[in-house]
Ligand binder design. Sequence first.
Ligand code: FMN
Length: 311
Amino acid sequence: MNRVLAHTGAKYPILQAPMGWIARRQLASAVSRAGGLGIIETSSGETEACQAEIEAMRALELPFGVNLPIRFLRDDALLRFVCASGVKFVTTSAGSPAKFIRPLKDAGIIVYHAVPTVESALKCVDAGIDGLVVEGAEGGGFKNPEEVSTLVLLQAIRAKVSVPLIAAGGICDGRGMAAAFALGAEAIQMGTRFVSSRESPVHENYKSAIVDAKETGTWVLNKRSTPCIRALKSERTRVIHEAGLMPADALRGIRDVYFAGDMEAAPALAGQTVGLIHEVKSAREIIEQTVAEFFEISGRLGALASERTFG
Ligand SMILES: Cc1cc2nc3c(=O)[nH]c(=O)nc-3n(C[C@H](O)[C@H](O)[C@H](O)COP(=O)(O)O)c2cc1C
């Protein structure tokens, strides 16, 4: 049995990534209805709104998860809420999960932590984590400034730990999913692909900017400070890229990017898969096509293996 499916109750080992303000019930329920696992964000810091989103997802009786970005939580209100809410699956990120694991596990919750290095993966396993989200540098959003690709990071972590791995960063279809499984993952998580899905609440300008961008269409910004992010190339991000540093309030206008379509209001978070995404699709189309392509590719590779030929 695929351990991520056993842990999440989803039909397919495909997760929708947590994304501030975006990963709420509209997107998460579309993903979960299509057989994937929708994740509700809390990185927006809007405690009450996030609690309402979690309640609304619970009422739908679909499998889903919640993300707790440790460094961004103002207090332990959301942790306490999640522990008491009947949520079954949590991903933690941004910081050490050590203090979060015990209360979450005591509440009967399965906990995965997002890691960008082998060192952090080993610490999480020591702390008793159930699984890891392995986040490579190709992905959109908040990044480790020491960029390691998903290709290398997955192999390096798989070689050292035995807990289930969810691959994130640079994956948007069945080809990427097959590659991730070959490298040791049991599931994938997609952010950029789902932010550009039909059910994503973001403005059409954002979806079009993702569809129109090339594989070279993003920059990793603010590597010498925090947060280090990957975002679409734009006039605004060119200035930040050239300066090497991002003003502290650079992300203040992020909701104008997301929901008003003002692509210069703030860096528009996105990963390198912008170069692989050519149309807006429904969450169901994304998931079903990813699964079909995964089985087509893995079947082809299986045939090569059984005939001991390279084709
Ligand atoms: C638009 C966007 C917003 C994101 N916002 C967050 C966030 O608020 N918190 C977080 O931990 N990660 C955030 N991420 C990162 C995702 O959770 C995920 O790790 C990443 O998207 C995976 O790589 P991919 O974009 O190649 O699929 C964001 C990513 C995108 C594309």
